[in-house]
Design a protein around this ligand. Structure first.
Ligand code: HAM
Length: 427
């Protein structure tokens, strides 16, 4: 039996890998433009970080974590998300003492033991940002704007921004009580899990995938009826600035994201093109998380997108991502010219040109096929006759034009062609 990749994981190769890389580069350029700095945290953390950070009664902590004991008897967990680790790092390295807010971005794999289906995997990639240390409503708008601009830059259309406010701990308390009261009357109709949730954390009944529970929740009280003055005011400001900057949104008071840490503004971007797994990304404020993890009260906000879902959405919309050709020049050789070709290859690379050659003893025809496959812009052909004359043949793969060039002029040609875009075949 051949060994296959584990269920819910994927090998990202060929075009998919190029698409992933394109999306990540685009995101990183945009993050940097908006003043965000990179952070890389470990792929696994102490289990307690997620238990305390995400919440004991969330589906992620109860059912979806890859938790294991290491050889030293510690309980560790492959990170199911990036926010709690960023907050842990923020506290561990005293980032609060640096200039605030801390504006950070990350890119990495996350792990959740979910039932795999299209757009839902056990290992998947996220790109995300977190801003720690500001309660300014402008920051709420900045992060939402960044999310929308990024998805638009990729070419995605018909994006739906769902917006809600989860209120602060005060509003959440009265909301929780009202929800519990509502659910207590319907106890016998709820699934076993939700029966337990009614007492421990009634908010989490919103996450249940059971049809009966979902029907009951359609008539449940909404957080919007329990916002305190200050949370209502914050939300009004966020909405009005979003209007000013021309970001449209759908108010969705039932948007209760599956983490306990959310407070105030929460949002999710959905696409009509992905079926059941329609959330491309989501996030919100988490003004209590830094304190929950041992720091002083620090407002914070962020979001993450699922890279695979973004790629799927581009495919559904037939968006041709401008994937760059990896190879500018392919060096093809005939008979005894391989070593000379290798010299030309290295010479081109030193000039800053991306260049490649065949290492599989292919015929000239085979080498041209390979150059095509690599989407090379030019092929430099070297054979014994050319070597004797100190020249090479150069073929433009887009037009099919072929001419001779003195080997000594390759560097000048390459510099002109790939830096200024000008081709000068005769040196
Ligand atoms: P999340 O909504 O759980 O939020 O995940 C963000 C995105 O990751 C989702 O919208 C989806 O595109 C992708 N995603 C989630 N689970 C899977 C999966 N099993 N397979 C494929 N893609 C998936 C968070 O993770 C929060 N930490 C976001 C955040 C940052 N909130 C504040 N700061």
């Amino acid at each position: 039996m051949k060994i296959k990749m584990p269920r819910g994981t994927s090998d990202i190769i060929f075009e998919k890998a190029a698409k992933k890389q394109y999306i990540e580069r685009l995101a990183i350029d945009l993050f940097e433009q908006f003043g965000y700095r990179p952070i890389v945290t470990p792929t696994f953390e102490h289990t307690e970080l997620f238990q305390r950070g995400i919440g004991e009664s969330t589906d992620i902590v109860r059912k979806e974590m890859y938790t294991f004991e290491d050889k030293g008897g510690r309980s560790l967990t492959l990170r199911p998300e990036g926010t709690a680790p960023v907050v842990r790092a923020y506290l561990e390295h005293g980032l609060a003492s640096k200039s605030l807010p801390a504006k950070l971005y990350y890119c990495g794999q996350m792990f959740r033991y979910e039932r795999p289906q299209a757009g839902r995997y056990r290992e998947f990639w996220q790109l995300g940002i977190e801003v720690l240390g500001s309660q300014d409503a402008l920051v709420d708008v900045e992060v939402i704007l960044l999310l929308i601009r990024f998805l638009e830059k990729i070419g995605l259309k018909d994006l739906e921004l769902h917006l809600n406010s989860m209120g602060c701990l005060v509003c959440r308390k009265s909301f929780g009580e009202a929800l519990r009261k509502y659910l207590k009357d319907k106890m016998e109709l709820l699934c076993i899990d939700c029966k337990k949730r009614v007492n421990s954390n009634p908010l989490r009944v919103f996450d249940c995938k059971n049809k009966k529970c979902q029907t009951i929740m359609k008539k449940a009280p909404l957080i919007s009826d329990f916002w305190c003055e200050s949370c209502r005011g914050h939300f009004e400001t966020v909405k009005s600035i979003l209007d000013d900057v021309g970001i449209s949104y759908i108010l969705n008071p039932a948007l209760v994201r599956g983490f306990d840490y959310y407070t105030k503004t929460t949002f999710e971007v959905r696409t009509p093109y992905l079926g059941a797994q329609n959330a491309l990304g989501g996030g919100g404020r988490y003004d209590g998380l830094v304190e929950e993890l041992g720091g002083s009260p620090t407002p914070a906000i962020g979001w993450a997108i699922g890279t695979e879902r973004v790629i799927m959405a581009t495919e559904e919309l037939n968006i041709n991502l401008p994937l760059s050709s990896n190879t500018d020049v392919f060096v093809a050789t005939i008979d005894g010219a391989r070593e000379e070709g290798f010299k030309v290859l290295n010479f081109l690379r030193e000039t800053g040109v991306s260049a490649d050659m065949d290492y599989g003893n292919r015929s000239l025809k085979g080498q041209m096929k390979l150059a095509n496959k690599l989407r090379a812009s030019y092929v430099i052909i070297l054979g014994p006759d050319e070597l004797k004359k100190g020249i090479c043949l150069i073929r433009n793969m887009n037009t099919g034009d072929q001419s001779e060039m003195q080997t000594s002029k390759i560097s000048r040609w390459a510099k002109g062609e790939f830096k200024s875009g000008k081709v000068d075949f005769n040196g």
